[in-house]
Design a protein around this ligand. Structure first.
Ligand code: FAD
Length: 488
């Protein structure tokens, strides 16, 4: 696998725009499975750290689907290393504020900046938090274009059937659907929910079970929504030029409606006792959604008007599933490593799926750089240890916030605000710096058992393994889910 150096592609052209300085070649060959947010960022960061990278994706072409997600400061900071992308990220981010509402649409508070709910900015040497809401397809396009600018080709139409590693040859690899085999020093499984790599990390598939909720999600051209005057009147641009994401909260349901310059997006989280499928491609007719909203007491007409304006091919029904935190993201020989949703899934209420996939990518590429080719398997294990407790804390927050948002529509807004979603331990984290500062300590911990305490988790929190059952039992018996330490 060869990869061109900065400013030179395989055709010898120099038309790559502004690329970051690339570190000297590490000699480590890296194969990435999945060109989602995690895989694409891993491709870029591995390139920047001097690794020899290749990326394959099962889809026939770049994916256009999905609505919006939020990306936080800890991930956005990474774009400073990518000047072209830093400009583009800022340009395509939705220029959005947020307001809070009862489930009948009545306003409780806002609108104000997302960052308004940030935890105390305790250290004024750290720049304040940013939260950018993005259209997933646009964000994805930006990352894919940047990968191409490095001279790396995203190999579409290659579906991985299984993963393997060979301790004797010091290689790992994948078998594709067509029987072809691809090998590398390190294989990064960035193939999302239900990754085939679990067979080599856990020895079995990771069990998922229904939360009892599903989420209808849609994003479509804004003019289709605004052609209804009632919708146009409700979703106006603020005087300061900002658009508003309205968060509606009720008993067992919560919803979000957001209008940007060119897109209307909405999501409705509702109780769903049927066993459905966890898929971003499952479509649903707006008429089916209207049957659900007909049973929501007080549901506002304007919301139904937005639903009616939604084209069927833009409307998804996504089953929300629980998965226990999985501490092991690497194969026994350390040559296969999972990142992003393949390693840890989040409920949308955590607002962290994209951000944590990006943090993983940065951390892993940096660990491989520090370790060097001969120690690459240690890099993946150190990365796993550096990241696991942080991610498990964020998964726990997703459960807490999921419960809070489904509280009574009469609740005080302070009781329904996301907990700790913008605690400074989340947004001020720098995954590359953290890897550099802690690599040696974690390596000593793994090799010799010397103590290591994570510092990328809530201050004062001592991580204890938890299970979904424990959290749900606490909820059933009316107890608050324990969040010791400073999560805000
Ligand atoms: C089509 C789609 C739409 C989404 N829409 C939203 C949304 O609207 N809102 C939101 O919050 N989150 C959405 N997500 C999830 C969100 O993008 C992720 O939670 C987050 O970005 C973490 O990214 P990831 O790279 O770990 O996983 P993903 O973004 O899921 O990427 C995984 C990639 O791996 C590829 N892949 C899977 N299996 C194989 C295989 N066997 N061989 C080769 N390639 C494989 C997939 O095609 C995909 O490109 C969506 C994901 C997908 C795939």
């Amino acid at each position: 696998m060869t990869c061109p150096q900065a400013n030179e592609n395989s055709q010898g052209s120099t038309d790559f725009g502004r690329l970051p300085e690339r570190k000297p070649a590490s000699g480590i060959t890296v194969l990435i499975i999945g060109a989602g947010v995690g895989g694409l960022l891993a491709c870029l960061e591995c390139w920047r750290q001097g690794h020899d990278v290749r990326i394959v994706e099962r889809s026939a072409s770049r994916m256009q689907s999905g609505d919006g997600f939020t990306i936080g400061s800890s991930a956005l900071r990474a774009f400073r290393n990518w000047p072209e992308m830093e400009d583009e990220e800022d340009r395509i981010a939705m220029n959005m504020w947020v307001s809070w509402h009862k489930i009948n649409g009545e306003k409780i508070s806002g609108p104000g900046p997302f960052e308004l709910h940030a935890g105390n900015v305790k250290d004024d040497t750290v720049e304040p938090p940013k939260v950018h809401r993005h259209s997933r397809p646009k964000f994805h396009k930006m990352l894919s274009k940047q990968v191409e600018r490095t001279g790396t080709t995203i190999e579409y139409g290659k579906r991985v059937k299984s993963y393997f590693e060979n301790i004797q040859t010091n290689k790992a690899g994948v078998i594709l659907d067509d029987g072809n085999i691809i090998e590398a020093d390190v294989v990064i499984a960035a193939d999302g929910v239900g990754s085939k790599s679990s067979q080599v990390t856990m020895g079995h598939e990771i069990r998922a079970r229904p939360t009892g909720y599903s989420i209808y999600r849609a994003a479509f051209p804004v003019e289709l929504a605004l052609s209804d005057p009632v919708v146009a009147e409700r979703f106006q641009v603020l005087e300061n030029g900002k658009f508003v994401a309205e968060m509606w909260m009720g008993d067992g349901v919560h919803a979000m409606f957001a209008r940007s310059e060119d897109e209307m997006s909405w999501a409705l989280n509702y109780p769903d006792r049927e066993v459905g499928i966890e898929s971003w491609s499952a479509l649903v007719d707006p008429k089916t959604v209207l049957k659900t909203t007909a049973n929501i007491p007080g549901w506002a007409d304007v919301a139904d008007r937005v639903i009616k304006a939604t084209p069927k091919e833009h409307l998804h029904d996504f089953k929300l599933m629980w998965r226990e935190p999985q501490p092991c993201w690497t194969s026994s020989g350390g040559r296969v490593v999972q990142i992003g949703d393949a390693a840890h899934t989040f409920l949308p209420s955590s607002g962290n799926g994209g951000t944590q996939a990006i943090e993983d990518a940065i951390s892993l590429a940096a660990c491989l750089h520090i370790a060097g080719k001969d120690n690459a398997p240690w890099a993946t294990r150190v990365h796993n240890k550096l990241r696991f407790e942080r991610v498990a804390c964020l998964q726990k927050l997703g459960v807490v916030n999921h419960e809070l948002r489904n509280r009574s529509s009469n609740a005080d807004v302070s009781q329904t605000m996301p907990v700790g979603l913008l605690g400074s331990w989340i947004w001020s984290h720098d995954p590359e710096r953290y890897a550099i500062d802690n690599y040696g300590k974690v390596l000593a911990h793994l090799k010799n058992g010397t103590p290591f305490q994570s510092t990328n988790i809530p201050p004062g929190h001592v991580y204890k393994p938890w299970t979904i059952d424990e959290l749900l039992q606490a909820k059933e018996s009316g107890k608050e889910i324990e969040l010791d330490g400073d999560w805000d």
